[in-house]
Design a protein around this ligand. Sequence first.
Ligand code: NZQ
Ligand code: ZN
Length: 389
Amino acid sequence: MDSFEFMSPTEFILQKDADKLCGEKIKRISDVCLFVHYGDGFTYKTGLHARITESLEMAGVEYYELPGVEPNPKVKLVRKGIEICKEKKVGCILAVGGGSVIDTAKAIGIGAGYDGDVWDFYSKKAAPTESIPVGTVMTLPATGSEGSNGSVLKNDQTGESADVMADCIRPVFTLMNPELTMTIPKRQTIFGIVDMFSHVMERYFSSSVEVNLTDYMCEGVMKSIIVNARTLMTDLTDYNARAELMWTSIVAHNGLLATGRNQDWATHTMGAQLSAQYNAVHGSTLSVLFPCWAEYVYKENLPRFVQFANRVFDVDLDFYNQEKTAKEGIRRLREFFEWMGAPTCLSQIGVENDEKFKMMAETACRFGDIGGIKALNARDVEEIYKMAQ
Ligand code: NZQ
Ligand code: ZN
């Protein structure tokens, strides 16, 4: 086990009607709030917008709205939110939505107290040290942004996708009402499941040794995701499975499962290029790339892939042919994604030719080689994109 530092200061509440607590939670922090959301779409159709504004009004919170967050959120809207915060002296930001809304709110939180442009944090020109507190009403279990120290944005001018990682952007509270997730369409539900499963794999595929606690935790989380996915694929309105996945999204990505071990993250870095260039949905990039990545790197740490096959996908151990066991585990991973209906090759997500592979691979490796199990350079990454065609 390696040394580690870990903090998770977020208050998590899971209960029916949890969203209605947002007014009182914010009032304890500030009288003035910025309410960030998608805008047109499910937020209004389901009555959630009215529930949130009523809660804010009942608590006597003065609020300003920033609608219009899109999937793969853009820095342009963040700048608009920062202006509102400065002008109205906003003391708390409320994000109502999934990863794109929460990441937008986090970016506004760090940008509002900074004299330069907020993109400086994403281009690594500056590091954030403080933020306006962000609270969330999470509606889409997937990214885990509601408990994580990360925010991912796209620069509308350059087309670049980049992230910020800092403990000061972890939400102060996250309110989870599982009933709000009943309206998530099947396709989006599947992408959320793929994303949280991938967050565990990015940590599980580690070269750290003697990490039994986090190994068993990761394996347990992955197995429970499979069980709840099976339930939801037959009944999208199963309350218990929805509730479990809501909490799983956070457990998978708040950093607990990475304590004392190194991590990989090559697949997320490669996937971000597909989202930046083709506007591909985040989860879809992972269901396509993860099995290909595994096929490319498994020989670097055969015992770990054998353990994954055996403990997560119940593959019988073949002591005489460990490679066969490892490959069967990867096959079952791909089969699990396909069984749900997730894409597993690039043509299924609208990437029909390889003209951008080289450029995307170079951009993915712009800060150096990527990945923990095997350090991948731009040539390796290009190869993995080709395997995914
Ligand atoms: O358009 P509407 O109808 O409003 O639909 C929304 C939205 O467009 C819909 N939705 C959300 N909750 C719903 C719902 N529909 C019905 N019922 C509900 N309860 O979902 C659509 C997509 O939302 P989005 O927020 O884009 O999805 P997701 O949560 O998957 O977020 C993806 C973003 O998060 C980043 C990704 O890169 C991507 O930009 N990530 C953030 C991370 C972090 N901050 O820690 C880690 C992740 O690995 C990821 O990179
Ligand atoms: Zn992810």
